[in-house]
Design a protein around this ligand. Structure first.
Ligand SMILES: [Fe+2]
Length: 508
């Protein structure tokens, strides 16, 4: 199946170390014995399907496994004290009862299950590889998807049984590494460009894909089924009670590419609007899946000219809304000593509004002030306007600092508030500040009105709203909060790191 080799969601930054990132230097540093292999690997870039028989492929895979074992040293990454909450946990097996020590469940609380997903490295630590080609690192969100479920069952009028269970999403790449009982995939997102190139090729040749199918970003429900997903691959259906992985869902059609971690249920029809980006053409495709999940009803290439790391698709009653911003992903940059992901602060940000079953020609594009918006909170139609509310930053948290800068220092400065600039105009602090922002896109006049809804003292991202009212004007929205000082032009209350936003003129 033709899918992206990249874990697109996860590039946090290049780790800083003493190895020169320049292509020439690294090429010269390869030992003569490796040069023929490297020449062959270079010929495979950008990645393409290798047309060899299965037998030859298997044999070459075994030879390359030996090569990788000899040349690559996998090193456990330590968790600094400040990162301990990212440390992985183990599967607990059978569900355990949870005691309610304080408070009680409301009488009208519904029975059901709450499921969350998150990265959880299979072998206890994120991995770094050291080889003659350089260093590559797994980033902090590259662990395998681990589902956590809280199950609520009524045992009497006001009595409840609450239990907890966790379980890995068992993708094919998860099972492959589990069977080998050691990491097999060379990290291929962050690190020395030459080493990343080699990692992508070696992974592709040996393991049939450039990167693992992480399945660690979100869960969503469609037609009564639950799916775990990350945007570098397809959804995996899982059992909501046992968390068992049933298998990959390709939307029963010719999708054959990665899928956004945040598909949207269209208001009214219940159809599922999906989107998939890839490093090769077509760079961004939008699809519509039937409400019963049995049919891929629509699939259209939006005809973008490059691969943009567009993370989320949004919907309104009649439209699909696409985010195009200056965060791009390009394999060819590796050969020039650059990184896969690049954020161009001078680049263009725009929203594409496309009728539900539209095509590339029917997309109405609205250019807005340059920014980075990965997550959308709420979109709806209001008269002639399509309104987009999302979390907006002036700089992307991805791909992280420029080469040579300490990434922990960069993140630390980036989240400091209030935003501060140096004399030369470059951001010194607070450049990762995210606010809840509104764009009003006028379909009649083509004009755009923009405004900050959450002020400049509370940084917010990872928004969510009531799943029953996607694509309609919402009264409430929720986000995670980085800073606790509240200041906003919409009502805001913070509950232990979560902000609840009250919007004007609520309809639902
Ligand atoms: Fe996300």
């Amino acid at each position: 199946m033709a899918v992206s080799p990249f874990a697109l969601h996860v590039n946090a930054s290049a780790n800083r170390h003493s190895v020169s990132p320049t292509f020439d230097h690294l090429t010269k540093s390869i030992s003569p014995a490796l040069k023929p292999i490297w020449k062959e690997l270079q010929q495979q870039l950008p990645l393409k399907k290798i047309d060899v028989s299965n037998a030859v492929k298997k044999a070459s895979g075994m030879v390359l496994d030996v090569l990788v074992d000899g040349l690559y040293r996998f090193v456990d990454q330590p968790y600094p004290p400040s990162q301990k909450n990212f440390a992985p946990v183990q599967e607990i097996g059978e569900a355990v009862e949870v005691a309610c020590l304080e408070g009680e469940l409301p009488a009208d609380f519904p029975e059901g299950v709450f499921v969350r997903n998150g990265p959880n490295p299979q072998f206890g630590c994120l991995q770094t590889t050291v080889s003659p080609l350089g260093i590559t690192n797994e980033t902090w969100v590259e662990g395998e998807g681990m589902l956590h479920a809280l199950l609520f069952k009524k045992t009497g009028d006001s009595d409840w049984s609450i239990s907890y269970k966790n379980r890995y999403v068992e993708s094919e790449t998860f099972k492959l590494e589990k069977q080998r009982n050691k990491p097999a995939f060379i990290p291929a997102i962050e690190g020395d460009p030459l080493a990343i190139s080699a990692a992508l090729s070696l992974n592709q040749i040996r393991l049939d894909t450039g990167n693992k199918f992480l399945c660690n970003t979100s869960v969503f429900e469609h037609s009564g089924k639950l799916y775990a997903i990350s945007e570098n691959y397809l959804p995996h259906e899982v059992d909501s009670q046992t968390l068992e992985t049933f298998g990959v869902w390709d939307f029963n059609g010719d999708w054959g590419r990665p899928c956004t971690s945040h598909p949207k249920k269209a208001p009214g029809s219940g159809e599922l609007v999906i989107m998939g980006i890839d490093v090769k053409k077509p760079f961004l495709v939008v699809g519509v899946v039937s409400a019963d999940g049995k049919e891929l009803l629509h699939k259209v290439d939006v005809q973008l000219r490059k691969c943009v790391l567009s993370h989320e698709i949004a919907v309104s009653q009649r439209y699909n809304i696409i985010v195009d911003h200056p965060l791009s992903l390009d394999v060819s940059r590796l050969a020039k000593g650059g990184q896969l992901l690049k954020y161009d602060k001078e680049g263009m940000t725009r929203f594409g509004v496309m009728p539900r079953y539209g095509d590339a020609n029917s997309v109405r594009w609205f250019e807005v002030e340059t920014c980075c918006t990965l997550h959308i909170l709420n979109t709806f139609e209001d008269g002639d306007e399509v309104v987009v509310r999302g979390c907006r930053a002036m700089t992307s948290i991805l791909p992280g600092p420029d080469w040579g800068e300490n990434k922990f220092d960069w993140y630390s400065r980036g989240f400091k508030l209030p935003p501060k600039k140096r004399e030369n105009g470059n951001e010194e602090e607070g450049f990762l500040f995210h606010c809840v922002y509104e764009w009003r896109l006028n379909m009649e006049t083509g004009e755009v009105q923009e405004r900050n809804l959450s002020g400049t003292h509370t940084s917010m991202d990872f928004p969510f709203s009531n799943g029953n009212f996607i694509g309609l004007k919402n009264k409430f929205g929720f986000t995670q909060v980085v800073d606790s000082a509240a200041s906003s032009s919409c009502g805001l209350a913070k509950y232990g790191g979560v902000a609840k936003l009250y919007f004007d003129e609520p309809q639902v």
